[in-house]
Design a protein around this ligand. Structure first.
Ligand code: SF4
Length: 651
């Protein structure tokens, strides 16, 4: 029967696979519901397309899982990517045949659900989606699916350009998911109640005409002789030319997760996270997350306090992370830090801020946060090594700011700070990257001076820059991985050969090849779907894991799959785009005005030539017309509220 558990088929095999606990479910605060009457129940299988240890802590999935399950007529369960040994077991199967992709909650086959929703925070999860579809027995291509197959729906940041996976998904949703998953559920319930009129096509049409769900099959894409897109045109009446993102406007009304999932197996984060605000308007030009989540919407200090208390009580976690794109920017972060530290004085509850900007205020915060628990590491992200580079990316951190901040850290007892940079930014030269070494040396010298000690350390961590859709750098050429690697080899050499500092500076960098693939998938169009499928057919899985990622497999597959199209990997990655080129995601509306993005790109190039152009944060300066608020009918929501966190009655 649909919805029946397959656990009895999995259980005898669990002793033969690694970390079997990840397939068992039953975590504290997880939910198992009755399958329900078909016409009255809407069932979602939710997937974070990576292993359990990465997927379980994902906030997006956890929030939607709760929001959906709170409705008595909705069933939502979770599924994760299975490791190769489990895949083998499932494909071999038993006397009933192969064991299908199953949910960890009630071990139901994913193919039995009405909707299969996947959250992509990175494009490197695409092959895991194909593997899950195949294991689930769901036809891989959306065009081949029938009325009984789930609607395959993509969300998350990567869904702002879902074109490379357009052949495999039925729909995509841009932006905040809380409200739209309920709206989608209503449409599906209505359609099922009516006896599924018009089949799959009709339910997708109903979703598409709502204006907030993108259904790729309802858009035709034509290509010009030079390989660029000529036009993207809706092919059904009533389907909008542009599909809009969703913006949740009252975070206090949606205090999720309220029942944090407590993992059974080890996961990448073991803490309870509260999102203290959404959006960022600092205007860093490389940052897709900041651009696509505008405007800033803060959660109030009191709701944050309630969520922290409730989450700790319900989960038993001892660490609380205050999440956002730049947590120290919350207008009441000082009061939040002190209020929470006071509340949990003498208890083993530590608080952490995962991302902080470079200023001395963060040391005070870090001190407050470590008052009741262990001291967390300090990471700052100047992103660019030279002042010129930081002007290009609009990350206006001066060397003076950085040195002053680390001096405060070292003089307050920290022995180690981490600095995060990117390599391959537009207009970057060797000198810009070598400036990272100078900065790190100055940091160490200052640390030794203020602390009077010699065991000061600084870890320089470097990531390769990948231009992303809906950012001012969406037109930029990506640096090829050979040049990136060569630049970083020079940097490492400069650091290592200086005997005074070499041992005090740690260096973290892998290689630039995954960045090239990420670049292909980020700015790709529908033709890239064939590449993804070829990689999966050749065994590609878990591309976000260096031990599973194969650059050669991607390049060989791309060469074969793109043959005859006139375009290749370089065309998608290292080529700079012109203003009038139709970009694959132009029909997907993040709210950002394309002309504003272009002007900001030109400002970046002007900054590279030494012009003094800075885009300030619109939270504190007048609106600079990025377009989001009028387009999406939203506005910035920030404090201060002037409220204080009161001590809890019972501690
Ligand atoms: S429209 Fe104006 S206020 Fe709104 S996010 Fe853009 S710059 Fe800021």
């Amino acid at each position: 029967m649909p919805g029946d558990s397959v656990f009895s088929r999995i259980e005898p095999r669990l002793t033969s696979v690694s970390k079997p606990i990840q397939y068992v479910g039953g975590e504290l605060n997880s939910t198992v519901k009755e399958w329900g009457a078909d016409a009255e129940t809407v069932r979602w299988a939710l997937m974070y397309p990576d292993a359990y240890e990465v997927g379980l802590p994902n906030q997006g999935v956890a929030i939607l899982y709760e929001v959906l399950n709170e409705r008595e007529w909705i069933v939502a369960e979770r599924t994760y990517a299975v490791w190769a040994d489990m895949e083998q077991v499932m494909r071999t199967g038993d006397e009933l045949g192969p064991i299908p992709q199953f949910t960890v909650d009630a071990h139901r086959p994913v193919g039995d659900f009405d909707l299969f929703g996947l959250s992509f925070s990175t494009e490197l999860g695409y092959t895991n989606m194909l593997n899950a579809l195949d294991l689930a027995g769901i036809p891989m291509h959306a065009a081949d699916r029938g009325i009984e197959d789930p609607i395959v729906l993509a969300g998350g940041h990567a869904a702002f350009n879902p074109e490379p996976i357009a052949d495999f998904i039925d729909a995509a949703v841009l932006g905040d998911g809380e409200e739209v998953v309920l709206a989608i559920s209503e449409v599906v319930r209505e359609w099922k109640r009516e006896g599924r009129p018009g089949g799959r096509e009709e339910v997708l049409r109903r979703l598409a005409v709502s204006g907030g769900v993108y259904v790729p099959r309802f858009y035709d894409v034509a290509y010009a002789a030079d390989g660029a897109i000529e036009a993207v045109v809706p092919n059904r009446p009533g389907v909008p030319w542009r599909v809009r993102k969703h913006t949740l406007m009252d975070l206090d009304a949606w205090p999720y997760p309220a029942k944090p999932l407590v993992p059974l197996a080890e996961t990448v984060h073991e803490r309870f996270s509260v999102e203290i605000f959404r959006g960022c308007t600092r205007g860093c030009r490389f940052c897709q997350a900041g651009m696509i989540t505008r405007p800033v919407r803060e959660r109030s200090i009191n709701t944050i306090g309630e969520m922290v208390e409730n989450g700790i009580r319900k989960s038993g976690f001892e660490e609380v992370g205050l999440l956002s794109l730049s947590s120290a920017d919350h207008t009441e972060i000082g009061d939040i830090a002190t209020g929470l530290a006071d509340r949990y004085e003498g208890q083993n509850v530590s608080l952490s801020l995962p991302s902080t900007r470079v200023d001395a205020f963060n040391i005070t915060l870090a001190n407050e946060f470590s008052r009741n628990g262990r001291r967390s590491g300090l990471t700052f992200a100047p992103e660019g090594g030279s002042e010129r580079m930081r002007a290009v990316i609009n990350k206006m951190v001066t060397e003076e700011d950085l040195i002053r901040t680390v001096a405060t850290a070292y003089s307050h007892g920290w022995r180690q700070v981490k600095l995060y940079f990117m390599c391959g930014l537009p207009t970057e030269t060797d000198e810009d990257v070598l400036a990272i070494a100078d900065l790190a040396k100055k940091v160490i010298a200052k640390g030794r001076e203020v602390s009077g000690r010699n065991d000061i350390r600084c870890t320089v961590s470097i990531g390769g820059f990948v231009p992303k859709p809906h950012t001012p750098f969406q037109w930029a050429a990506q640096l090829d991985h050979e040049t990136t690697d060569e630049r970083l080899r020079k940097l490492r050499e400069v650091v290592r050969t200086d005997k005074r500092f070499g041992r005090a500076i740690g260096f973290r960098y892998h290689d630039g090849k995954p960045g090239t693939v990420e670049g292909l998938l980020s700015r790709g169009d529908r033709r890239v779907g064939k590449v993804i499928e070829a990689v999966w057919r050749d065994g590609g899985r878990f591309d976000g894991w260096s031990e599973h990622f194969s650059y050669d497999r991607w390049m060989t597959s791309a060469a074969a799959a793109l043959e005859g199209t006139g375009v290749d990997v370089d065309w998608y990655t290292t080529r700079e785009r012109e203003y009038d080129e139709i970009l694959p995601w132009d029909h997907l509306d993040s709210g950002l005005d394309k002309d504003w993005l272009w002007a900001d790109w030109e400002d970046a190039l002007a900054a590279a030539r030494g012009e003094d152009i800075e885009v300030e944060d619109c939270r504190w300066t007048p609106c600079y017309d990025c377009g989001v608020c009028p387009e999406m009918n939203t506005e910035i929501q920030i404090g201060p509220t002037g409220q204080k966190l009161l001590p809890l009655a019972v501690v």
